[in-house]
Design a protein around this ligand. Structure first.
Ligand SMILES: Nc1nc2c(ncn2[C@@H]2O[C@H](COP(=O)(O)OP(=O)(O)OP(=O)(O)O)[C@@H](O)[C@H]2O)c(=O)[nH]1
Length: 226
């Protein structure tokens, strides 16, 4: 998974005198990275998310490969802060960020959208596979408590997932809005669950028969709370 801003496409700031160790240039590069990183979780921030999503949607238009988008919102997080303190809340946010880093593919883009809300862009991923990934993350989070000094803290998240296809005419804002809305449906459904957008699920032809079978099994339990 991409865990730090990919600035490889942009021209790198360079020293006019050709000094690779120029302190000003090093600082400029660091500032550029900071502008796209969330300070607490070290994931990408919302600014990078918007640029990356626009890029993937454009890629979908050119390549016909769908792009899936996941919104992940920690459940009853205010209660965590109120009961265990803001520092414990911060640890929970870092815990989720680490879980995302460890359980996503290299090309997936995980970002902190703001507060206790995270987003993941899944390039080249249809809704069928995306739902499977979302359910796996939901389950992993529910089963891996945050290790606080006072003991384990169990947290869960509500997840919305939707897909942008070549035939879609949505803007990035519309795609974001329709996916974000699904999180509210997941909250209304009782939290700790995955809600997806469209239902005409298509099996990704690039996955093996074994993977398809595993996905089908997982799908039967998808959207259920553990
Ligand atoms: N510790 C910590 N808390 C944060 C941070 N950003 C936002 N929060 C807290 O996240 C909480 C979000 O609370 P709400 O929006 O009421 O939602 P919730 O309690 O998670 O309830 P539901 O979303 O309905 O499950 C607020 O108490 C914010 O103060 C942060 O960076 N660190």
């Amino acid at each position: 998974m991409k865990t730090s801003p990919d600035t490889s496409q942009c021209p790198k700031p360079s020293c006019p005198a050709g000094d690779d160790d120029c302190p000003l240039i090093i600082e400029l590069r660091q500032l550029r990275e900071l502008a796209r990183t969330d300070g607490l979780t070290k994931l990408f921030n919302q600014r990078h998310f918007r640029d990356a999503l626009a890029q993937e949607m454009e890629r979908t238009q050119r390549s016909f490969n769908p792009t899936s988008l996941m919104f992940i919102d920690l459940d009853l997080f205010k209660r965590v802060n109120d009961q265990y303190g803001h520092e414990a809340g911060n640890l929970a946010l870092v815990h989720l960020a680490k879980l995302l880093q460890e359980n996503l593919r290299r090309l997936d883009v995980a970002c902190r959208y703001g507060g206790e809300e995270f987003v993941v862009i899944l390039p080249g991923t249809d809704l069928f596979t995306g739902r499977f990934v979302a359910e796996r993350l939901r389950e992993k989070l529910a089963q891996s408590p945050v290790a606080l000094e006072t003991g384990p803290l169990h947290i869960t998240a509500s997840i919305g997932i939707d897909t942008y296809r070549h035939s879609d005419s949505d803007s990035a804002e519309q795609f974001i809005a329709r996916t974000d809305k699904l999180v509210y449906q997941a909250k209304a459904a009782g939290r700790n669950c995955v809600v997806h957008g469209i239902t005409d699920v298509r099996v990704d032809t690039h996955i093996s028969a074994d993977e398809k079978a595993a996905l089908s099994d997982a799908f039967r339990s998808t959207d259920k709370k553990s």
